[in-house]
Design a binder for this molecule. Structure first.
Ligand code: ATP
Ligand code: MG
Length: 420
């Protein structure tokens, strides 16, 4: 072990488990690629103001969780705690929204950084795959994104997840509700921190996990009773489209989520096997975000799914993904001449697309065969001086143990025939 360890709240992805993470990313990306979403990648850091404005001054993310630093050049940057604001920034900067082809549909995959109290499922470095559909107001778009996330989770084999759905209203009806809620909350017995929250982000108080707060919230005005006709009709359409697609969801009037910029449709995917860090993903409509960061009005909707928690959800359900062995053929040379010849065969096989590995470092037969078995290969190629003198290589089936000599020139064809 070296003197150094991964920083607090982080962990490394190492083989073989790392293959599961890649497969999860791939499983989430696949339905997006298949539905008109293009890949976007933005820097791991941005001007801190982008998040302050785009995520919201009153959110935990901005007030407590951001890694902020100043560069030698004097710029104030933040490691990205989320990627919606960066993606919108990139779309606006590249004028994609002006190409006359709305919505702009993009997906991303990458690291996020939040200075949180580390616990199972909550890390300081974690990974999300996300999707954004920018510039169009259409309930079918909201439904599409929820359906695609559902499809991704199901493709992974997950069953014990639920979709929570709510509407947060829009700039017409939400302010009226916000004021009514503030009136109600100001009559309660709350600590100073929560009182401050009542002033700046009262909807967030509904989300308070503490029993003492939840008890007082009985009888709080509900947003549902304040939604304007347009928001009600919009929400009803999203619900109908989901139902028609056979995607089950639960109406959750208390679902507000952390970000200030959400409007109308808001949703969360929760997994019942994860304990307190139960949200595996979430998202919603953010019609006001573009204007908040200096762009034109661009009604948009998106989600971000957490890769780390999705892997934990797989574990909770006892699902092992069917990941093909990284290596199909393992070559074991015995002696210098065999090393030269077999290395040539390995290169040939690799160029032909066969996943092949090699016993490096002049290992003895016993050790090399152990490595061959550990690699997951189905076939081993073994050659010593006597084999080479006869112009053959021993082809060993690692499952049955059966071994047959194959002419050197015919090895590649024979291997491919055996692997099917
Ligand atoms: P939570 O309520 O658990 O803090 P959040 O509302 O902050 O979640 P989002 O910002 O919506 O989460 O991010 C979407 C997803 O990213 C979450 O559902 C979760 O799977 C994942 N995620 C968020 N924060 C972390 C973290 N610190 N560690 C691991 N995964 C995370
Ligand atoms: Mg959080």
């Amino acid at each position: 072990m070296s003197t150094f360890k991964a920083p607090k709240g982080t962990y490394d992805l190492i083989p073989p488990q790392s293959a599961t993470y890649l497969a999860v990313r791939e499983a989430i990306a696949e339905p997006l690629r298949n539905s008109g979403y293009g890949y976007v990648e933005t820097p791991g850091f941005e001007n801190v103001e982008l998040f302050a404005r785009g995520v919201g001054e009153s959110t935990d993310i901005v007030t407590k969780e951001m890694y902020v630093f100043e560069t030698k050049g004097g710029d104030r940057l933040a490691l990205r705690p989320e990627t919606t604001a960066p993606v919108l920034r990139a779309v606006l900067e590249s004028n994609l929204h002006k190409a006359g082809n709305l919505p702009v549909k993009v997906w991303y995959s990458g690291s996020q950084y939040r200075y949180e109290r580390p616990q199972k499922g909550r890390y300081r470095h974690f990974s999300q795959v996300g999707a954004e559909a920018i510039g169009t107001e259409d309930p079918a778009l909201d439904a599409e994104l929820i359906i695609l996330a559902d499809q991704a989770y199901r493709a992974l084999g997950l069953r014990d997840f639920r979709i929570l759905l709510n509407s947060l209203g829009d700039k017409e009806c939400r302010p009226v509700y916000r004021a009514a809620l503030q009136d109600f909350l100001r009559g309660l017995d709350l600590d100073d921190d929560t009182r401050r929250r009542v002033d700046i982000n009262p909807l967030r108080v509904l989300d308070d996990k503490r029993e003492s707060v939840q008890r007082q919230l009985a009888g709080a005005p509900m947003l549902r009773d304040y939604l304007c006709e347009a928001c009600k009709a919009y929400h009803e359409q999203v619900r109908e489209l989901l139902a028609a697609a056979g995607v089950a969801f639960e109406d959750d009037e208390k679902l507000v989520r952390g970000l200030d910029y959400y409007t109308r449709t808001t949703f969360e995917f929760v997994h019942d096997g994860l304990g307190s860090q139960s949200a595996v993903g979430g998202g919603g409509r953010y019609d006001g975000l573009s204007e908040m960061i200096g762009g034109p009005a661009l009604p948009s909707v998106g989600w971000a799914l957490g890769v780390d928690r999705t892997v934990l959800a797989l574990e909770a359900e006892g699902i092992t993904l069917d990941i093909p062995a990284a290596t199909a053929v393992y070559a074991v040379p015995l002696g210098e001449e065999a090393r030269r010849v077999l290395f040539g065969t390995v290169t040939e096989l690799r160029r032909a697309g066969v996943a092949t590995d090699f016993a490096y470092g002049g290992k003895g037969l016993k050790n090399a065969m152990k490595s061959a078995n550990r690699s997951g290969a189905r076939l081993a190629l073994v050659a010593g001086e006597r084999d080479l003198a006869e112009g053959v290589v021993q082809l060993k089936d690692l499952e049955s143990g059966e071994q047959t000599p194959v002419a050197l020139a015919a090895v590649a064809d024979e291997v491919r025939r055996r692997l099917g």
